[in-house]
Design a protein. Structure first.
Length: 436
């Protein structure tokens, strides 16, 4: 099947590449000439494990193409996916749909036959209805169908998530759209991946509900971590204790400095705005957002407490900047308010992230970027683990301690054993793990 993918950001590039790997012919189109030029030269605009090799193999086989010309991209296609950004709108938290509607308007002007237009971007409930109306207003060919096909990709594991999904969700109002999406995902359906067909509005809302629920689990375990610290309990053991209950599950029960990335922060806010417009209160999701905001801001205070109440004149080493490992994504990363809070308190900051430096420098220009974790430790009064990259787990704590001026290890991701840290001569703080 011939498919066009509008947008070569995280969702569009991963989805288009994986669909090409299924055997479809996919043309990815983007207005950013520099991005397309880079992709044609084999340079990835995002860092995602395995993506570069998968792009190259499908380009070499002639199944994956890149262009800035939308009219060329949609020639002979049966489906057009819209995978452009929907960031939070400044001021009110609504999803900014300007890129979506701009893509739809341009698409309507170049289509020569009816196709299935599939919204891959995360959009508020009712957006598919507006897209259908806009296509009609702009004189798109009669018979165009509009479907919703939300993505459920984890950054750092997106290719595996796409090829081995928990479910494939399709929201459609007609058989043409349902049959088209069923054919597109037939390779997965043959492998018994669950395929759920719903109304278009239900699919749109399901995406937001899923992210809000996962964000709720994160905020819940972070509040439990605070309680554990107050009563001298261990949040990691608590998480295991409740996570082994199949009704709860162990995923997203890892205490830390708060959630970030491209989905949870903006999607929870967008869900609240949708509820406000519908006149429906969402007390749980509203509280989740408040808890996460407070937690991120409180992390600098945790560091300050471990250093005797002040960071003025202190050198703080930060391990990890991206919101999670295996990505270069800095969107709403907990490291940002943490570092800003420490900087405002008079500290100097040295930081190391395996892949996030280029993105981080745009947001945090006033810190020193080290070339290694060991360099971060040199002369530091405290070392703060913010992102749980695998390479940090194997660091020699005794070597780090020897390099540091102070001997304080603040483990916001609980990747180290307290006894090992103490043996290395470090004062250790782990989130929600009580006191020695």
């Amino acid at each position: 099947m011939r498919i066009a993918m509008i947008g070569t950001g995280y969702v569009g590039l991963v989805s288009g590449t994986c669909l090409a790997d299924f055997g479809h012919h996919v043309t990815c189109v983007d207005k950013d000439q520099a991005k397309i030029d880079g992709l044609l030269a084999g340079r990835m605009p995002i860092w995602e494990p395995g993506l570069e090799g998968l792009v190259k193999s499908n380009v070499d086989r002639g199944r994956l193409e890149f262009t800035t010309d939308l009219s060329k991209a949609v020639e002979g296609v049966e489906a057009v996916f819209i995978a452009v950004g929907t960031p939070s709108r400044r001021g009110d938290g609504h999803a900014d749909l300007s890129f979506v509607f701009a893509a739809v308007e341009e698409l309507a002007s170049v289509l020569e036959k009816p196709v299935v237009v599939v919204t891959k971007s995360t959009v508020p409930v009712g957006t598919g209805d507006k897209i259908a109306e806009l296509l009609k207003e702009k004189d798109a060919p009669e018979g165009v169908s509009v479907a919703s096909n939300p993505e459920f990709l984890r950054e750092g594991a997106a290719i595996a998530d796409f090829k081995h999904p928990d479910r494939i969700l399709v929201g459609a109002e007609d058989d043409k759209a349902r049959e088209c999406l069923a054919e597109i995902y037939r390779p997965l359906f043959l492998n018994r991946a669950p395929m759920l067909f719903t109304s278009r509005r239900t699919a749109e809302l399901t995406k937001y509900a899923a992210n809000a629920f996962l964000a709720t689990k994160i905020s819940f375990i972070n509040e439990m971590a605070d309680l554990c610290e107050a009563v001298d309990a261990d949040v990691q053991d608590l998480a295991r204790g409740i996570g082994l209950d199949n009704r709860i599950g162990a995923k997203f029960l890892h205490a830390g400095p708060g959630y970030g990335g491209s989905c949870f922060p903006k999607d929870t806010l967008a869900l609240l705005r949708t509820a406000d417009e519908a006149g429906v209160q969402q007390r749980i999701v509203s509280t989740v957002v408040e808890v996460d905001d407070r937690r991120k801001k409180a992390m600098a205070d945790r560091v300050r407490e471990e250093l005797g109440g002040s960071v003025d004149g202190k050198r703080i080493g930060v391990l990890g900047l991206t919101f999670k490992p295996n990505t270069d994504d800095m969107r709403d990363a907990p490291s940002i308010p943490l570092i800003q809070g420490l900087f405002d308190g008079g500290a100097s900051i040295a930081a190391f992230d395996p892949v996030g430096r280029e993105q981080a420098e745009q947001l945090l220009p006033d810190i020193h970027y080290a070339r290694s974790a060991e360099e971060v430790a040199d002369g530091a009064d405290a070392l703060v683990v913010v992102t749980e990259w695998d390479e940090f787990r194997a660091l020699d704590l005794s070597d780090l301690a020897a390099r540091m001026r102070g001997k304080v290890l603040i483990d916001l991701r609980n990747i180290y054993d307290r006894a090992e840290a103490l043996e290395a001569g470090l004062a250790y703080y782990g989130v929600g793990r009580g006191r020695p």
